[in-house]
Structure formats: C-alpha cells, structure tokens
Design a protein around this ligand. Structure first.
Ligand code: SAM
Length: 473
C-alpha cells in the first residue's frame, strides 16, 4: 500500500487515498468541536495558510456562526492580498479534436455529431482581433488532446500568432495554456514560447473514479496526469494552475486532494500553485450534468471557495462563465481573484455574431459582454484589472510568492489595475462604463499608499489619454 508522503514524486503517495479517507474521518469526528474549530480559524487569521486536515475540519463544520466567521475571514484575507481587484481573462478554444474518452466532456472521441474544428493561423488571428476589440489582454488557450491534429508544434504556432497580433491599441500580453498533460520537453517549449500559467485540471483526485471517467485515451493514466505539474515545473514553468471539476466525485475528497496537491508543490518545488480554478460540471452537447450524482449546491460551492481562500491565501482563485452572474457575485466576495468575461467556449466562437452552440465545450451561464461584466464589477465596488505585469517583469513562481507574502505586491497590482482599466475605458468601454470607471479610478488613486507612486500614476493616466499604452510597475 502506498504511504502518504507530500515530498514524493509518485502520484499515489502525495495524493494518498488513505490519507484523504483519514482526513475526512478526522473532519467528521471534529466537525462539532468548536474549540478546535476556533483554534483553526485563529491559525488562519495569521494568513499563513492551513493544512489539508485543518481546512477539511472547517469544510465539515455546520455551525452557522462559525461558517459566518470563516466567510468573514475569507473576505478579509481577499481584501488584504488582492484588494478589490478582479483580474479579467477569456478562454480561446483552438481545437476540439480529441482522442480521449472523458465521460463529462462533449469533445470525447466517440461523439460523432459535433463538428470537429481546428483553427488555422488566419482564424486564430481573427479570433484574437475579436478578443482585442472587446478589450481582453489575457487569454487562456484551450484544446483537446490529439497528437496528430493538435501537436505541441500547433499549440506553439498559435501562441506565436496570438502574441504577434497588434490590432489598433490591442495586444494579448499574457497567454495561459490549458492543454493535456505532456512531457518535460514540451513544457520547456511552452516556457520558451512565453506562456503565463500552465493550467491543468485534475478533474478528480479519486483514482478509481478518475479511471472510470477517463476510460480511453492517454488521459486514462492517472499517475501521468497527476504528476504533470511536477514535469511542468521541471520544464521551467513557475506558475501552474490547479483545478477540480466539481460534481464528478465527492467534494470533500476533492477538496482534501486539491490542498494536498498544493502542499506537495510547495514541499517539492518551494512554490505552491499560482491559481486554483473552481469549475462545476455543466450541460453540454451530449453531456447531462444530472448523470453525475456528486453535484454540489451553490452554498457548498461558496463554502469550498471560502475554505480554499483561507487555506492558501497566496493562491489566486478563478471562476469562469460556467457560473451565473448571481452566483459569481456571491462567490467573488469570498476570495475569487480572477474571472472570465464575454466568453465563447466554442472553436471560432468570437468571430460569430451569435453564440454558436455546435462546438461548445459547455453551456455558458453568464452571457454578458465584457463591457457589461466590467460595468457590473465596478458598480459592485471592484476594480476590473487587465494587468499582466507580473510575469512580464519576471515576478513568477517563488519571486511572486515572496512579494505576495510580504504585502509588497500591492504597490504594483493596485496602480497597474488602475492603468489597465484606464486603457479599457479609453479604447473599448461604453459611455456608461467609462463614466463609472473614471469616477472609480479617481477614487482609487487615493488608496495608493506612496505619494510618489500616486504622482507617477496620475502622469501615466494623462499619457494614456493621449494615446500611450502599456505602462506597468
Ligand atoms: N484537453 C485538455 C485536458 O485534458 O486537460 C484541456 C482541457 S479542456 C479544453 C478544459 C476543461 O474543461 C477540462 O479540464 C474540464 O475540467 C472542463 N470541462 C470538460 N467538460 C466540461 C463540462 N461538461 N462542464 C464543465 N467543464 C467541463
């Protein structure tokens, strides 16, 4: 039997089934132990994180007052580390060719009634222009796994095309990559292509379920998939993004697995995950989410977000347009730092007038335009940020984390958010959004700590009005 060892490079040792079962049993045994819960919350107040066991006790706790305390702390930690900024991004689907058999994904090989599509470089350019015209600066590229149709060379060519397009004042300044687990050599190539975060959802940490849900194709290999982030880091990628597809297996199992994965990365590579994504299974072409019997309520989903926020305070948290505007409003408060906006989850979708459904990976619940999302965030008191400065300034991996831990990052993020928002207002916003945004920027300049930085920001805002772009700290 495999033994739990966070420093091991073997999937079944750092995501150890017995350890997860014991963690859940421990959490069940202590879920009413208010003294212990108070102790764990106090530890979380130190903003140094919690272990998977401690966080699992909080997730199991059903005491209303304590849950409120957890929510308040999550909100406060979010404010301390991320202020009221929300980073914006959009997914870009390159190809839905896929050789895997994932039971929850409409791109699975056996699905013969969706049209298969792979963007040519001309089509990539057109999609990128459409995304730039919306105001996006940060993309997450997505593709099925198909060594013949979507080899690494194709992905690299697309990244190159994306970075090369400069349409009007637009530019994509950070390309994050969500493609199947691959080799160290290929991760090196992605690193050399200048990617931001490498994102790979674990889908489920439960090995038996994983193998059942991925019956065919290379993705069937649990160890190869689970150990992918170690290979990515060995290939030089500093920023990796974890995620679980909630609904596939029991959420408490996934939660413990996710935090164990974060602990493992920290133990082996000295740096935890850059982001954690929180997707839930959605309806799609031949996929009925009701067939997966582990779906979670909105309340549980929010509780998971809050517990992650206090367990890994330095890790960004991402919510996509899989979720409705209403849910997003609720969950952002509890610690989310990045959201997508104006998304199309189909191959070539941004060039279509209407949202096409035939090649969609999943149903989008938040259908608002990027301008509407930006307007909504600002009205709710948030600063939508189009900042991509960190990795362009070499602030990745442990360099980013140490700045984050010291609180220094605020001196960059806040002014960068205001300057990139200003660019959005000048180039892409509706009149109403621009009006709200200008008022917000004026107010938020007052929250810049250092007088000198304040002066520089004011100067640069004027320069942006006069047509200059891409300032950053
Ligand atoms: N093929 C790559 C891989 O295997 O990781 C890229 C990922 S895919 C384009 C992006 C993610 O979408 C998947 O990792 C999965 O979690 C999610 N996804 C697939 N089907 C979904 C569905 N029906 N509802 C919600 N998310 C889904």
């Amino acid at each position: 039997m495999a033994c739990y060892n966070p420093e091991s490079l073997k999937a079944e040792e750092f995501i150890n089934h017995e350890e997860i079962l014991e963690t859940i049993a421990y959490a069940d045994a202590h879920k009413d132990d208010l003294e212990l819960i108070e102790k764990i919350i106090d530890k979380a107040r130190l903003r140094k994180g919690l272990s998977h066991r401690e966080a699992s006790v909080l997730l199991a706790c059903e005491n209303k007052e304590k849950i409120e305390e957890i929510y308040d702390l999550a909100e406060q930690i979010k404010k301390d580390f991320y202020g009221n900024r929300i980073v914006m991004f959009a997914p870009l689907y390159l190809s839905n060719y896929c050789v895997n058999g994932c039971l929850y994904c409409p791109y699975h090989l056996k699905n013969k009634h969706i049209p298969r599509k792979k963007l040519t470089q001309e089509e990539v350019a057109r999609e990128v222009i459409a995304l730039q015209d919306m105001g996006h600066k940060r993309l997450a590229i997505e593709a099925g796994e198909d060594p013949v149709n979507n080899p690494i060379e194709y992905i690299l060519e697309c990244i190159n095309t994306i970075y090369s397009i400069k349409h009007k004042n637009g530019a994509i300044r950070r390309v994050n990559v969500n493609i199947a687990a691959t080799t160290v050599e290929n991760y090196k190539k992605l690193k050399d292509a200048g990617i931001g975060t490498y994102i790979l959802f674990q889908e489920t940490y439960h090995k038996e379920s994983y193998e059942y849900l991925h019956p065919t194709g290379p993705k069937h290999n649990y160890a190869y998939h689970t150990e992918a982030m170690d290979r990515a880091m060995d290939g030089g990628i500093d920023d990796v993004g974890l995620g679980v597809l909630f609904g596939l297996d029991k959420y408490r199992y996934e939660f413990a697995g996710l935090l164990m994965h974060a602990e493992h990365l920290e133990a082996v590579h000295g740096v935890g995950p850059h982001t954690i994504s929180l997707p839930r299974v959605k309806r799609a072409d031949d996929i009925d989410p009701d067939e997966f019997d582990n779906s979670i309520s909105d309340d549980i989903f929010c509780k998971i977000a809050a517990c992650i926020r206090i367990a890994v305070p330095y890790t960004g948290m991402i919510i996509s347009t899989r979720e409705s505007a209403e849910l997003r409003e609720k969950i952002i408060r509890l610690g989310v730092s990045q959201i997508s906006g104006g998304s199309r989850t189909s191959v070539g979708g941004y060039c279509e007038q209407e949202r096409p459904h035939d090649t969609e990976q999943f149903d989008v619940s938040d259908n608002r335009t990027l301008d509407e999302v930006v307007n909504w965030l600002m009205t709710a008191g948030y600063i939508p940020s189009f900042c991509t400065a960190c990795y362009r300034e070499g602030r990745t991996g442990d360099r980013f984390m140490s700045l984050c831990k010291s609180g220094q990052i605020q001196n960059c993020c806040h002014p960068n958010a205001l300057m990139t928002l200003k660019e959005f207002l000048m180039d892409y916003a509706s009149d109403d959004t621009r009006r709200i945004g200008e008022e917000l920027i004026e107010k938020e300049i007052g929250n810049i700590g250092k007088e000198k930085v304040k002066d520089i920001v004011r100067e640069r805002l004027v320069k942006i009005e006069n047509g200059d772009r891409d300032f950053r700290f």
